[in-house]
Design a protein around this ligand. Sequence first.
Ligand code: KG4
Ligand code: ZN
Length: 382
Amino acid sequence: MDTGLILGIETSCDETAAAVVRGGEQVLSNVVLSQLATHQPYGGVVPELASREHLRAIVPVVRKALEDAGQTYESVDALAVTQGPGLAGALLVGISYAKALGFALDKPLIAVNHLDGHIHAVLLEERQKGNRELRFPLLALVVSGGHTHLYLAQEKQRSWTYQNVGHTRDDAAGEAFDKVAKLLGLGYPGGPVIDRLAPYGDPAAIRFTIAQMKHSDRKSPQARTSDGQPRFDFSYSGIKTAVLRYVETNQLQPQIEIRRKALLSLPTPSLEDYRKLCDQRTLDLVASFQNAMVEDLVSKTLEAARQYEIATLFVTGGVAANSRLRRRFEDQAAQEGLPVYFPSRPLSTDNAAMIAAAAYPKLLAGALAPAEFSAEASLALR
Ligand code: KG4
Ligand code: ZN
């Protein structure tokens, strides 16, 4: 147990992932098998197909993670698996497999919250860089396909605890990127494509307004946490409707259909292919949408940081891979003298290294998963 060699398994959505991490910070292997090709024709993740693909992939992915790390089933000290939140059927594949493996090998098993994993992706890499002295209070924005959450984090004897001070009231930020990309015939997932196309458009071309909580709203019960602290909620379903309205008003539909069909016929479209299929008005629309999303995420997060007198900011999850989001957070946080940390891009999106890293303090604390634990699609982070 001294070396803390943990085999992490992650199957919460559409990536089958396994990784071996030593002591919560040394990544020996990190294997991520994306199901992109399976879900792409549907413009989003189909839960039944995700479970089926996890079932197919889990054994070879775990085997590859062990091989890449130069380890065996027997040589790891413990196993860690994502318990939730995520798709119940998809989570169950990882959990059943990890439980069976733990039982057969007689190894300890740790259940990890996927969002704790995203936060540990940042920690893992900061520790690798030698940054062991984070200042508290710390605020973490976890922004992905399924989540837009703000957490106040505390560390006690290496274990982290959290208080939620903001979440989305409807769509998650990544979901908005995905839905807008689908609407514009740009395929799935939307975030990476919008990120790459946006620099060719004018971010100020179309002014999208995102639902704001007025100052007076702050007094309403919805604007407070259960212990009376201010909340900083997000809302992204309105901007999706605004994009739809723009498409209808400007009669972009025929062009979108041509683009959708053309992209479906290309196995791996390049940036040039995407660009050729978008006129300037569409590029401006993409850039303006991304700009509105980024400004809202940055301004609300920094407002929360000021309110809670935050000393360190983490931004993590799939949307944290967005180039403009990173740049704007860096610029704006620097103006306020607030250090902001992101994971590298490969660790921003779903992976199992973050799950193994989040499991390490739990292993040290002896917080093992009870034998009867199961998938929790809406598992809260505390
Ligand atoms: O963390 P993640 O891999 O899975 C969830 O836990 O949801 O996040 C996936 C989400 C998708 O919505 C995807 O469109 C978005 O992250 N995403 C991005 C970028 N890369 C991935 N959004 C904006 N810009 C990106 N570069
Ligand atoms: Zn995630």
